[in-house]
Design a protein around this ligand. Structure first.
Ligand code: ZN
Ligand code: ZN
Length: 261
């Protein structure tokens, strides 16, 4: 089992040190993990940058090892429609194994904050988030896998948390998936939505469509910000991907490795 999305204290919002996450991963029976700390510019309501210190990153992860676990080093980059040059610049920080592309903001507003939801129906908020995601995947070439496609459904001020309904947003979700296929990028099954809105971000039907459209690369991530969530629901995610793809991917040096399930 694998967990390819987690944050140690290297991230501004990580709660536990990296060795605690490693121990938790071994306890959960995982075979391989990847640290994916945040690089997110012009973030939050005060528009600060949430960017890890490369020296701290190196000091934390280089030399971190465990005989029962493969440990990879990645990052989670906050995509904006205009910041592809910034991502290229940040890739020079370290020879990352894996780069998640994420969308946390729409027009510079964090969808986690009530400000984004003011005056919108749930449908409108979902649609706006997905349209921003489409613009981001169209503008970017240098990430490996799109993280939590339906992140909007776990946003805190969400008046009635629900998994983003595929049928209601079919056209825009299909455009996003087609763009990922065209660019040979992957799709992440993020388990952090299970407790928050009742399903994976995104859930099975999106992976079925991704596969039907020619998508090949799929990863699993808990998005753990604490040791206690490492590997959470990874077994359920594996089961779903086993039925749809028969494998799950890990990465080394930005290249996907396919593991038959
Ligand atoms: Zn994220
Ligand atoms: Zn994350």
């Amino acid at each position: 089992m694998f967990d390819y999305h987690m944050h140690s204290k290297v991230s501004f919002d990580g709660k536990d040190p990296a060795p605690a996450l490693v121990e938790a991963a071994v306890k959960a029976g995982l075979k391989e993990i990847c640290f994916t700390d945040h690089i997110d510019y012009f973030a939050n309501t005060d528009h600060q940058d949430w960017v890890f210190d490369t020296q701290v990153y190196r000091r934390t992860y280089e030399g971190l090892s465990h005989p029962a676990l493969k440990i990879r080093r990645g990052m989670e980059f906050g995509l904006k429609p205009y910041n592809a040059p910034q991502l290229r610049e940040d890739l020079k920080r370290y020879p990352f194994d894996f780069v998640l592309g994420s969308v946390h903001f729409v027009d510079e507003v964090d969808v986690y904050f009530p400000e984004f939801w003011a005056g919108k129906t749930i449908f409108q908020a979902e649609r706006q988030y997905l349209e921003e995601t489409l613009a981001c995947v169209q503008a970017h070439e240098d990430f490996d896998v799109l993280a939590h496609l339906t992140y909007i459904s776990k946003a805190r001020p969400h008046p009635a948390p629900r998994p983003v309904p595929y049928e209601e947003h079919r056209a825009v979700i299909e455009e996003i998936l087609k763009e990922l296929v065209r660019k040979e990028k992957g799709l992440e099954m993020n388990s952090s939505g299970v407790d928050r809105c009742g399903d994976f971000l995104p859930y099975g039907v999106c992976f079925q469509r991704f596969r039907a459209l020619g998508g090949r690369i799929v990863t699993i991530g808990s998005d753990a910000h604490t040791a206690s969530r490492v590997g959470q629901y990874s077994d359920r995610a594996c089961q779903i991907l086993k039925e749809i793809f028969g494998y799950v991917c890990t990465f080394q040096g930005r290249q996907p490795i396919f593991h038959r399930l």
